[in-house]
Design a protein. Structure first.
Ligand code: SF4
Ligand code: SF4
Length: 186
């Protein structure tokens, strides 16, 4: 008898849960559902493939194919956020379950590489080198003459003086020896 008021109240109250799948809730904003690509906008840069954490995207620019393994996708949205042309988008619903494995391949037209035009560069100006100035003959001949005279004359003078002194000392000795000889002879 104590619970009778609560039972009557709950029977008359609106239910908290929904009767899924007869009643489906509206999706939240920015919901990350099934991946969609507009292959005509794709430039096959491969950025989505490099950013995908589950490595389920394969881009082949040479053959113009964009391939995804939907079973490996974790709906992170990194490929969509990093696509430079914004050709990837995500639905607000998940894909329906399938019994067999699905291979998702898109074929597009990769852009052709642009031809580079090489502009002709102007040749650098070559400045003529100034001719060396001719030195006067007097300056060129004067320097060697001064050096030769200084070296040759100085030693000759000293030798002459030494010889004269030696001779001067030697002469008186010969005279004395001669006197002695004369004395001894007497
Ligand atoms: S889908 Fe986007 S990121 Fe991926 S190859 Fe194409 S242009 Fe590049
Ligand atoms: S949503 Fe995430 S896991 Fe799925 S293909 Fe894009 S990057 Fe890969």
């Amino acid at each position: 008898m104590l619970f009778t008021p609560n039972v009557i109240k709950n029977l008359l109250k609106k239910p908290v849960t929904r009767k899924y799948p007869f009643e489906v809730r509206a999706p939240f904003s920015n919901y990350r559902g099934e991946l969609v690509i507009d292959i005509n906008k794709c430039i096959f840069c491969g950025l989505c493939s490099r950013k995908c954490p589950s490595q389920c995207i394969t881009v082949d620019k040479s053959s113009g194919t964009w391939q995804c393994d939907p079973h490996a996708c974790v709906y992170c949205g990194l490929c969509r956020d990093n696509c430079p042309t914004k050709c990837l988008s995500m639905k607000d619903t998940h894909r329906k379950p399938v019994a067999e494995k699905v291979t998702w391949i898109e074929h597009g037209n990769p852009p052709k590489p642009k031809k580079r035009t090489v502009e002709a560069k102007p040749e650098p100006e070559v400045k003529p080198e100034p001719a060396p100035e001719a030195k006067p003959e007097a300056e060129v001949e004067a320097k060697p003459e001064v050096k030769v005279e200084a070296k040759t004359e100085a030693p000759v003078e000293t030798k002459v003086e030494v010889k004269s002194e030696v001779e001067a000392k030697a002469k008186p000795k010969t005279k004395k020896s001669g006197k002695k000889g004369k004395k001894g002879g007497k």
